[in-house]
Design a protein around this ligand. Structure first.
Ligand code: NAD
Ligand code: ZN
Ligand code: ZN
Length: 366
């Protein structure tokens, strides 16, 4: 089967042929219908050797949706034939956090050489992906795959971040989304769906501002000199109750604390490497709370899928065949993707290939 692999640090990923895996005990094989392309994939590709604990080679792709086509003995989950989305963060599987479906905050994270599907272990930018356990799967019914795959990170991470700042977002409040790309445009929709807040958005790209407006933002502003003053004015001068920063650069962190209301919430989601100097006394808003949310829990993914199936969330996607993955990655790097780029390994009009046997197997190849 075809798979997009990171073959070595500092090297462009390669589309190569690898053996199709066979599920062992408790495992499932999923025929991938869609795999989302996340800006974190760019961070992984750009990482210096030793910066991440992962061992190359591995197949990229941590936003995955598809159909179960084979399961191993003792697999305890959805039946072959069912369509699922993958809960991507995989922890040690046995600590208290993992047992509660909170693999994203695994107690043994520091000891792991992988952080989840496509992050140190073979992921979904391939024709098939092997899942080690039923606990990583959430059924999606007939939700289109291009919608379902991005929910597992762009949707889930945004939902988890919004839930984390929700105490600040009661009636009459204002929320600000910085960076309206794959994650940010879903954060705008989620804020509109589950809070009564007025939703503001800033970005450096015109097209992203239009996407923010389509996603339900009450006001979208370019990130230019004077934007902080304009935003403050929008809040009657008091400041924004919660900021979700999907860029996480020095500039956006400084901007976020400039517009934040005292006692407000700042969630830094973006991995832009920015730093925030904390000093008391100083100029930071008094009483503000900072969170560094990472991905989300399995239960939250089920909630996000339910929101999408109810029509409350709509991912804007641009589809690419798996063979065009390198082009899609370039476009993401250049800020030329609208919403979420999604890789589709199989042509939708192609006849279904002969599937591997769904009989329980006990061995695993590749
Ligand atoms: P994306 O490229 O789709 O979107 C990023 C958006 O931010 C773009 O619209 C871009 O124009 C905008 N932007 C960049 N710099 C900006 C600035 N200075 N001011 C305003 N807007 C700016 O990326 P994405 O896939 O949505 O990911 C966003 C970030 O979140 C990445 O850093 C990614 O690694 C990170 N991420 C974190 C988690 C987590 O669990 N914390 C999960 C997924 C992604
Ligand atoms: Zn991601
Ligand atoms: Zn754990």
């Amino acid at each position: 089967m075809k798979a997009l692999r990171l073959t070595g640090w500092g090297r462009a990923p390669e589309l190569v042929d690898v053996e199709r895996p066979v599920p062992g005990p408790a495992e499932a094989l999923v025929r991938v219908e869609a795999a989302g392309l996340c800006h974190s994939d760019i961070h992984v590709l750009d990482a210096e050797p030793g910066e991440l604990p992962y061992r190359a080679p591995f197949t990229l792709g941590h936003e995955v949706a598809g159909r179960i086509v084979a399961v191993g003995a003792g697999f305890d989950g959805p039946a072959p034939g069912e369509r699922v989305v993958v809960h991507g963060p995989w922890g040690c599987g046995s600590c208290g956090r993992c047992a509660a479906g909170q693999d994203n905050y695994c107690d043994r994270r520091g000891d792991l050489d992988r952080h989840g599907v496509g992050l140190g272990v073979d992921g979904g930018m391939a024709e098939y992906v092997l899942l080690p356990s039923a606990r990583h799967l959430v059924p999606i019914g007939d939700l289109p795959a291009d919608q379902a795959a991005p929910l597992s990170d762009a949707g889930l991470t945004s939902y988890h971040a919004v839930c984390g700042v929700r105490r600040a977002l009661g009636d009459g409040t204002t929320a600000l989304v910085i960076g309206v790309g794959g994650l940010g445009h879903l954060a705008v929709q989620i804020l509109r769906a589950i809070t009564p807040s007025r939703v503001l958005a800033v970005d450096i790209r015109e097209e992203a501002l239009a996407l923010a407006t389509r996603s339900g933002a009450h006001l979208s502003l370019p990130m230019v000199d004077g934007a902080a003053g304009k935003l403050r004015k929008e809040t009657g001068g008091v400041g924004v109750d919660a900021v979700l920063d999907f860029a996480g650069t020095d500039a956006t962190l400084a901007f976020a604390t400039e517009v934040l209301r005292p006692g407000g919430e700042l969630a830094v989601v973006g991995s832009g490497g920015g730093q925030l100097m904390v000093r008391k006394p100083g100029f930071l808003p008094p009483g503000f709370r900072l969170s560094l949310p990472f991905w989300g829990t399995r239960d939250e993914l089920a909630e996000v899928v339910a929101l999408a199936r109810a029509g409350t969330l709509r991912v804007e996607t641009e589809e690419f065949p798996l063979s065009a993955a390198l082009d899609a990655i370039d476009r993401l790097r250049q800020g030329r993707i609208r919403g979420r780029g999604v890789l589709v390994p199989w042509r939708t009009d192609a006849p279904c290939p002969a599937e591997p046997s769904t009989a329980p197997a006990t061995s695993k190849i590749g």
